[in-house]
Design a protein. Structure first.
Length: 199
């Protein structure tokens, strides 16, 4: 009787170990839209909001989340900046291991100081980037960003239609995946935690 009990316990343990190996040893599946094959992300070398320069290639070793928007945007941009804040809050200390970028699609109005003030209203940990029209156009083109100005009632009162996707660069500097607007905070946080751990 005791021998049968021992074998039952052993069988249960073996079953639990097998179940654990299937569930937890399964490779992680990214929630974003993976780019296959992932290639080196196009260079970004722009003025940083509040002063200084930002060079993407100098940030190898940390994931980077990129959004193209502008400070006068009435809807998608503030919603995305609020989401950036939620993601950074959820990541806690790990947020310091990821760069979150807002790259302007409206350099005529988005000066370095204006972007710095705008971002303080959401999360000062987000990095704003701007520059002259030629430098910006090069970055927009290299990332395939759609940008179109819609005239307003006067020369300064216009809107900019633009790509709303997020772009994610991994620690090796590869443009790894994108997210459509509306992707959940939980999915982004899960992927970033994986990318932070990734060798």
């Amino acid at each position: 009787m005791k021998r049968n009990l021992v074998w039952i316990v052993v069988a249960v343990l073996v079953g639990l170990i097998a179940l654990w190996s299937v569930v937890f040893a399964r490779p992680y599946s990214l929630r974003g839209s993976e780019l296959t094959p992932a290639g080196i992300a196009p260079e970004i070398n722009l003025d940083r909001a509040g002063g200084g320069r930002y060079q993407l290639s100098a940030r190898t070793g940390r994931p980077v989340v990129i959004f193209f928007g502008y400070t006068n945007c009435p809807d998608v941009c503030p919603a995305t900046m609020a989401q950036f804040k939620q993601v950074r809050t959820s990541l806690k200390d790990q947020a310091n291991e990821v760069d979150f970028l807002l790259i302007t699609v409206d350099p005529a109005r988005d000066t370095s100081d204006k972007m710095a003030t705008y971002l303080k209203g959401f999360d000062a940990g987000v990095i704003g980037l701007t520059g002259n029209e030629a430098d910006m156009a090069s970055v927009w083109q290299s990332y395939g960003v759609f940008r179109q100005i819609s005239p307003g009632t006067n020369a300064d009162n216009y809107s900019v239609d633009h790509t709303s996707r997020l772009y994610v660069v991994d620690k090796k500097g590869n443009l790894r995946m994108t997210y459509p607007f509306g992707t959940t905070v939980a999915d982004i946080v899960s992927d970033l935690r994986f990318l932070i751990r990734e060798k």
